[in-house]
Design a binder for this molecule. Sequence first.
Ligand code: ZN
Length: 320
Amino acid sequence: MKRFSKITIMILILSILLVGCGNNNDKVNENGGLNIVATTTIIGDAVRAIGGDKINLEILMGPGIDPHLYKASAGDMNKMQNADLIIYNGLHLEGKMSDVLEQMEKSSKNTYAAADVIDGSKLIESEDFEGAYDPHIWFDVELWMEVVKGIEEKIIEIDSDNQEYYNKNAKAYLKELDELHTYTKSRAGELSDEKRILITAHDAFNYFGLAYDFEVRGLQGLSTATEAGTSDVRNLADFIAEKEIAAIFIESSVPAKNMEALKNAVDSRGFTVEIGGELFSDSLGNPGTEEGNYVGTVKHNINTIVDGLLKWEELKWKII
Ligand code: ZN
């Protein structure tokens, strides 16, 4: 009897362990679909829009995380090792992850740089690093539509059984993006040509500027890894005072202190510039909020920029 109990207990323990394992496996592959890892919230949003419920999506960097400075954690490595496909931006956006991504490629993981689909002639060359390009391709909505198509093709390449489903999703999403592009253009058109100057924390809006006709100046360069120096603050403060720019903008993934220093520097030149609001640059907003997806983020940004510049411009003249 005693012996029997021991065996029973062992069987029980084994069963519990087996059931436990089974549950874990189910969790990893709950819909039997592709396991896709995206590095940023912006790429993740496009992947989700196309993949829908046929994929399991993991996004490594949460809202507000700066991709230039982000290093992969042990948990991230696990997620990438278990993925069928790893999609990242490329063009050195994920500067501190290049070794890890290279390592994944070498171990014949399926990795895909979303920016690779864009023709070189449409990329903006870096002023600071020869042969390098600006990685912030997502705020020119038309350009981003090409990236979305590239992601669609890549997913279908791996999971052709669900091609029709992915095509349908991508078509609907691209239509939404096309409308977003028109909306952004029309809102930008509310500002006169000479008022279309956007001052932000770092150079994340060059493609946006090119597409929607804004002159763009960032306090820090293309990567936040390089700190803004006092001469950068001085030069930009001179520019703002000279052009009488009414508002400057902070970014959700970059600390606000540098922009506050810039504001103070402008104020000390006898011209008052206001902080016009917060823009999302290298990350979307929190899930569940209006800015929790790409479309909402782009709308938030253009509305904040245009409303901010119009409001402070108007108040400036009232004060004078
Ligand atoms: Zn950036």
